[in-house]
Design a binder for this molecule. Structure first.
Ligand code: FPP
Length: 281
């Protein structure tokens, strides 16, 4: 299965899926299962503190919950999962915690990639990669290369990522093209910006989940979440289970996505009555 951007500006096509291709955002209003799920995994530190354990123990437990989430997506046929693992701002945490998180990322990359590959998961990273140590960057590149051909689940890990950084790097890239004469300033529109943000090759997330009780977006996918359905839970990330994810799915399935249109415009058209002798004549 492959995502491809068709010629028409806001139409997305998904080849190889058993579900109908996305023809436009309103057309997916009736979708019951999100195709793209984005998650802020919050509450690791509090989970550990409540147990009087160091925060790093919470992050380790959080890494196990990542597997719960991936398993769920694979079971449900969710096609893309984007996880916020480390924000641009997280570099400012105490050195000890940042160091422990880096060790955890490296360990997880070394340990999990074979299994992810075996299960058909494509792994990618978004964010300021230059800020990571060489060993981590190498593991990231190797995980991406190794899983490049996989199509069952597109797993994106946002690491050293910030939504503002994402928009700024897109703007910088456009400005460079204008300065070099490759692009006319008049041609810069929301599609041109979107095409240079991270995740440009995926449709926008349908559902955003944040654990840990906070109800904010915290500089996650600012551009991409414009019409995403938001779902929050007080549950701490290490406590994540399939039942909680299912509650989010059920809630999502009951929502009407209007994308700025009216309810009538996005409601599925009533199915035609079967032709009877009277109506067919
Ligand atoms: C937020 O909880 C979580 C993080 C900053 C780190 C997320 C990392 C993991 C889930 C583990 C590894 C991930 C991968 C992809 C291998 P917090 O520390 O802010 O929690 P708090 O709000 O309770 O303090």
């Amino acid at each position: 299965m492959r995502w491809s951007r068709p010629k028409s500006k806001n139409l997305w096509r998904f080849d190889g899926s058993t579900r109908p291709a996305m023809s436009s955002e309103p057309a997916i209003a009736a979708a019951r299962v999100p195709r793209h799920l984005a998650v802020i995994m919050d509450g690791n530190g509090r989970w550990a503190e409540r147990r009087r354990r160091p925060r790093v123990i919470g992050h380790r437990a959080g890494a196990r919950a990542v597997n719960v989430c991936i398993d769920f997506c694979l079971d449900q046929g969710i096609e893309a999962l984007t996880l916020f693992a480390f924000s641009s701002e997280n570099w400012g945490r105490p050195e000890e915690e940042v160091g422990a998180l880096m060790k955890l990322f490296l360990g997880a990359l070394e340990r999990e990639v074979d299994e992810l590959d075996r299960r058909g998961v494509r792994v990618r990273f978004i964010g300021e990669r230059e800020r990571f140590a060489d060993a981590i960057r190498k593991q990231m590149a190797s995980a991406e290369d190794r899983t490049r051909a996989n199509t069952r689940l597109h797993l994106t890990i946002a690491a050293s990522y910030g939504g503002r950084w994402d928009i700024a790097q897109a703007a910088r890239s456009l400005a460079q093209d204008v300065a070099a004469g490759r692009l006319a300033a008049e041609d810069i529109d929301e599609y041109a910006i979107g095409a240079r943000t991270c995740l440009a090759e995926l449709p926008a997330p349908d559902l955003f989940i944040r654990t840990g009780g906070e109800t904010r977006i915290s500089n996650f996918l600012l551009w991409q979440l414009a019409y995403t359905e938001l779902w929050f839970t007080d549950l701490l990330w290490p406590e994540l289970d399939a039942a909680t994810l299912q509650r989010a799915m059920d809630d999502y399935a009951g929502r009407q996505r209007r994308f700025g249109l009216t309810g009538a415009q996005v409601a599925p058209a009533p199915s035609r009555l079967p032709a009877t002798k009277e109506t067919s004549e």
